[in-house]
Design a protein around this ligand. Structure first.
Ligand SMILES: [Zn+2]
Length: 318
């Protein structure tokens, strides 16, 4: 009898301990096959080193119904770019999300020493997948610090912005290192923004169809550009991709000056400001600067100046 009671007590204690252990933790993933919104590639070395932190983060960032929104996969390559803009361009062309690691000062040069990490800000319906962790600064990359910074950056990718004052969030610099993982407020906000029910599979399928349609659009657009501007097939495809991804980005938020530069450099071979100035001069009656730029761009694309003039309008006027 006594023994039975003890067992019962032990059982109760176990249940209480289990409840305590799960307190504040997000619900378990009810559908492990659900791929999540973002699958981040992580260089294998870092993936292995921070595996337990990555597991923690994936179980922190969940939808209302507890579905994992993000996944991490090890990748044997460890790409470095000159700037995050190059990484962004890569993201738009491959659609592969990455956690990059800046190890030397001459990598990702636009990531300043003052930043432990940077991320592009996406939105719930259009999450981004570019994050750079700054391992070139004199900061101790303990598991805790790594987890807090990466969690913060991923929330940027999912559309969260910085908060201030008393806002008890990992997006508030006052709390980022003081808490473990995300806060309850962050969990609530994630649930609001990502209220997936089991219907998510359908939504996801629609997104896939949408993505496929985008590819078809890109091909059609390339054919249109090639036919109308006399571009070679590969040049037309490159330009179609540039224009479509930048328009998609522009529909979400204002393009930064650097992004506009990247666009005009990639297509025409000169900076956005230079193009804008030439266009303004042209509108005021001085055509010289524009003529020069048009010749430059015609040379780059191996098409006629007349065609470039029209392409110019396509970029600057729409
Ligand atoms: Zn931030």
């Amino acid at each position: 009898m006594m023994e039975y009671r003890c067992k019962k007590f032990a059982m109760k204690l176990l249940i209480v301990l289990l409840l305590l252990a799960s307190c504040g933790k997000p619900p378990a993933d009810p559908d492990p096959s659900y791929p999540g919104l973002i699958t981040y590639n992580v260089p294998t070395e870092y993936y292995n080193k921070y595996k337990s932190q990555l597991d923690w983060i994936s179980s922190d960032i969940v939808s209302l119904t507890g579905k994992y929104l993000i996944r991490f996969v090890p990748n044997d390559s460890d790409p470095k770019y000159e700037t995050t803009y190059n990484a962004l361009t890569e993201y738009y062309s491959t659609n592969e999300a990455w956690i990059y690691f800046k190890e030397e000062k001459d990598q990702f040069t636009n990531v300043s020493d003052g930043a432990a990490g940077v991320a592009y800000v996406g939105s719930p319906s259009n999450p981004m997948g570019v994050i750079v962790m700054n391992f070139s600064i004199s900061m101790s990359w303990t598991g805790h610090n790594f987890r807090q910074v990466l969690n913060h950056e991923i929330l940027h990718n999912l559309g969260f912005r910085h908060t201030f004052e008393d806002d008890y969030s990992i997006m508030n610099y006052d709390y980022i290192y003081k808490v473990s993982g995300v806060t309850d407020l962050d969990t609530e906000r994630l649930a609001e923004d990502f209220p997936f029910s089991m219907e998510v599979v359908t939504i996801k399928d629609l997104e896939k169809i949408g993505a496929a349609r985008e590819n078809i659009d890109s091909d059609k657009y390339a054919i249109f550009l090639g036919g109308n501007y006399g571009l070679s097939e590969s040049r037309a495809q490159t330009i179609a991709k540039y224009l479509l991804s930048y328009r998609k980005l522009a529909s979400m938020r204002d393009l930064t000056a650097r992004e506009k530069d990247l666009l005009t450099h990639g297509i025409l071979g000169f900076g956005f400001e230079k193009g804008m100035a030439a266009l303004e001069n042209y509108l005021q009656g001085d055509q010289n600067a524009l003529d020069d730029l048009i010749l430059e761009a015609a040379d780059k694309n191996e098409i006629s100046p007349e065609h470039i003039q029209e392409l110019f309008g396509e970029i600057f006027l729409k």
